[in-house]
Design a protein around this ligand. Sequence first.
Ligand SMILES: Nc1nc2c(ncn2[C@@H]2O[C@H](COP(=O)(O)OP(=O)(O)OP(=O)(O)O)[C@@H](O)[C@H]2O)c(=O)[nH]1
Ligand SMILES: [Mg+2]
Length: 211
Amino acid sequence: MAIPDPIDTALERRFRRAQFLMSTPDHHKLPPDEGREVAFAGRSNAGKSSAINVICDQGGLARTSKTPGRTQQLVVFGLDASERLIDLPGYGYAKVPLAVKRDWHTLIDAYVRERQALAGIVIVSDIRHALTDFDRQMLAYCQARQLRCVILLSKADKLNRGPATETRRKVLREIEELGVPTAAVLFSSLAKSGVAEARRALAALLDGTEI
Ligand SMILES: Nc1nc2c(ncn2[C@@H]2O[C@H](COP(=O)(O)OP(=O)(O)OP(=O)(O)O)[C@@H](O)[C@H]2O)c(=O)[nH]1
Ligand SMILES: [Mg+2]
């Protein structure tokens, strides 16, 4: 068996500490806007909540569901007193009433535009559909706010290695022109692949180190 890298072991410990803090439909009710946080954004059903659970090695931490539209508020997990992960509602879910969809979009937009503690965005994008127009919109926000970004190409278990690697290359090529510092990770919550790489990229967002 391979000996785990000490950096990865330390990061596993860091993310395992995640605890549910609160959820709110109002970004003004979040914990005080200080410290650092990283938010998980992406299309409904892309696998945001599942990714948080695998990265934090806690099956039931964030609620997941087969049907899109599970996460409906800003859900906050604390890693320690000054570091948080935020699970955002999914974008683009067709089946909720238009008024509700508008509320979610307004919530996400306001949070991403105003939150000072936001240290970076994780865009979770189903590798079979990456990038979506929503993902591009999030990247535009990152560009406007000079936020760094990690793209988790999720459900990588659904593609063979070759096409998965090609998608990653294509995504990075597209983003290059935006000038947003970005990492792209082939990730599967199901197969638990890309987890150590995802933790390293997230830690870099939180720590302000190179991604
Ligand atoms: N095959 C496969 N399925 C996955 C993976 N990650 C998530 N899923 C499935 O995709 C569905 C949606 O997962 P969630 O984590 O709830 O997705 P979400 O992005 O949080 O969805 P919303 O909260 O509705 O926006 C669930 O049925 C998961 O089991 C993965 O890596 N591989
Ligand atoms: Mg969710």
